[in-house]
Design a protein around this ligand. Sequence first.
Ligand code: F6P
Length: 522
Amino acid sequence: MSLPAVNPTKTEAWKALENHFQNIKEHQMQQVFSEDSKRANRFKIEWQDFYFDFSKNRITDETISLLLKLAEEVKLKEAIDLQFSGAKINKTEDRAVLHTALRNFDSLKPEVKDTLQKMQYFSEKIIGGAHKGFSGKSITDVVNVGIGGSHLGPEMVTEALKCYKNHLNVHFIANIDGDEVAEKLNRLNPETTLFIIVSKSFTTQETLVNASVIRNWFLENTSKDDIQKHFVAVSANVDKAMDFGISADNVFPMPDWVGGRFSLWSAVGLSISCVVGFKNFEAMLFGAFEADKHFKSQPFKKNIPVIMALLSVWYNNFFGAESEAVVPYSHYLHKLVPYLQQAVMESNGKSVDRNGESVNYQTGTIVWGSVGTNAQHAFFQLLHQGTKLIPTDFIGFSEPLHGNLENNNILMANLFAQTEALWEGTQLKTVESTFKHFEGNKPSNTILIKKLTPKNFGSLIALYEHKLFVQGIIWNIFSYDQWGVELGKTVAKTTLKAIENQQLSLLENASTKNLVSKIVEK
Ligand code: F6P
């Protein structure tokens, strides 16, 4: 069965939202809290360890009910059920979208169970030191070699859960930049290093070239037989991994129905399982599973990812906001934004709808941001006094992990204060000069989570996954392919040929020709 394909702009709700927007767009909404003592309690959702406050948004009850109507008219419920059923909703690649099956503890597929067991067994041997390298020493360093979805998730999680980390050092080699590879290899000892080559396709240029460079470096002091003790692979393409020289036992399979940018829950999370332990990895899957149940079962008005998505559509398609910022107030989450950039922008950066027609409305938002309070001293000036409307997600944790309450109180005070200052501005206060005037009326969501545990972190990521799915459904696009990354790869092949063969005639574009000539004429 296919996803419903409704042009959102043709729905009644969309037209009503357009009218409603005309009424609301100029409203300075600072007074809403004093006019409506129940607003803060009405526009919030409490769920498990999460408190989601969306009351500081440019919305009224009517906005929410129209947005909910839009969700109904585009048949969101049907789409959610289809996704979880395993239907091939990734139509342009003829695949199901089932990353949720990797954490469906109500009924784990046998292949998922097998892989989890294999991951547990392997990571415990690495952590416990039973797995020996070629010279008989235990492993001290784990290197994840992969790019995009085969890198960003594991890196984000190992950083986010650093507090739960064991003695193993973890490194990431993603970029084809040879300087970076050399720099990292210089600091590693082949005797005690495990390389996990992660590539769903096992055809990605960066990963394959880097893996070969690493293998050659490794073989400088060892023999081919030693490879099996130091190289494992994670891939849906087991044969290709074996062609590279990794034995079948050392390949951790990943199913075809898991998209790269949603794959951290699969064997792609092997580095996570090694450095924070399998139990913590499993707890993270469990947190995601809880979020899946919330998403599937809660009525839309009490459904965190649905409300997040609807608000985002409201700003993107009616206010014309082009971007949204994400600001986690936890240094542990400093890799969240790059992760979300791939998840959101690779998924929803599309301009053809599910009927194959060009869209005449905006789709995928630009996601950016960084951690607070650092961000306050970097780009917050623009959020407060710039000309652009940038809805912002603030993420914070009530309890610090290391017991430093004094710092945490200051950190949280800053988070809450920023959302208030953005919203209130100085409208109601007297300011000495126009330069010190803050317009306010700047929207934000606050996601306040009790504590940064593996379970809660898993839930957080799954909520964002579901948010982007809902947006894709509303925009009537296919969120799970990524054809837009292909053209550049093809052009790069010809460009590389021109560079390697010093053959400028292969190139057609005059600008590219000039640029290439600067390299080949050295
Ligand atoms: O950037 C394109 C992409 O295909 C991503 O979707 C994917 O996560 C990444 O490349 C890496 O792909 P692979 O895991 O197959 O090496």
